[in-house]
Design a protein around this ligand. Structure first.
Ligand SMILES: Cc1cc2nc3c(=O)[nH]c(=O)nc-3n(C[C@H](O)[C@H](O)[C@H](O)COP(=O)(O)O)c2cc1C
Length: 211
């Protein structure tokens, strides 16, 4: 089986999307041909788009931007749709993983609706996926030992995805939050924002100012 993974993160270095992608990669059957494309940093060429649609399964992984898709991912999907229609491809399935900054993974529901609509429009089967909240904690807690992993539910959902991919079977969308109390997550997030503001020459008051 051939699999295309598309990473929609715009970060040049480490990204939360990249971390999820790495977790999934090791769970996939290692005999499969897996190609990774990054649409966050530069536009995909026609050659890349053709290569993506020549595979059996597409996995799209991206961060939530303003309850929706990052503009680069949206643009890539429009180009992918044109390529699929030109080549009259009708046997593709797409699995989607979205991570967002707020605590609740449910925040990704609108972005999932957008992907579902794109599938209906393009003739690609919607394979379901995972909406993971508290995305910024993924890379920051990556060194925690396995028994203290805050993203055990994500690991289980990725395992389900990897198994469904073997038979190209759709999965339910799983909206997940970390295994960590929300009030502590909130405290840490506020401290993080205040530190970022300070490093950029702003005070706590400045970031609460209305424009
Ligand atoms: C421009 C922008 C818009 C964002 N919009 C949302 C949002 O609407 N809801 C949310 O929960 N997180 C939002 N986030 C947070 C990201 O989804 C989150 O930090 C994610 O983990 C980033 O993943 P990455 O490291 O792969 O880029 C936004 C981040 C940016 C930069």
């Amino acid at each position: 089986m051939k699999i295309s993974i598309i990473n929609g993160s715009q970060k040049t270095g480490e990204s939360n999307t990249g971390h999820i992608l790495e977790k999934l990669k090791v769970l996939l059957n290692q005999t499969y041909e897996i190609n990774i494309f990054n649409c966050g940093l530069r536009q995909l060429t026609d050659e890349m788009l053709n290569k993506i649609i020549s595979t059996d399964v597409i996995i799209l992984v991206f961060p939530l931007f303003v309850h929706s898709l990052p503009s680069n991912t949206l643009k890539m999907l429009i180009e992918l749709e044109n390529t699929i229609k030109r080549q009259q491809k009708n046997d593709l399935i797409i699995y989607t993983i979205i991570n967002n900054g707020f605590y609740e993974g449910k925040q990704n529901n609108i972005a999932f609706d957008i992907i579902k609509n794109w599938c209906d429009h393009t003739g690609v089967m919607f394979g379901g996926g995972i909406g993971q909240g508290a995305g910024e904690m993924i890379s920051r807690t990556k060194h925690l030992p396995k028994d203290r992993d805050l993203f055990k539910a994500l690991n289980c959902a990725l395992q389900i995805m990897a198994e469904n991919i073997n038979t190209k079977k759709p999965m339910e969308i799983q909206y997940l939050s970390p295994n960590f109390p929300k009030f502590l997550w909130r405290l840490m997030a506020v401290r993080n924002w205040n530190n970022l503001a300070k490093n950029n020459g702003l005070s706590k008051k400045d970031i609460l100012k209305r424009l």
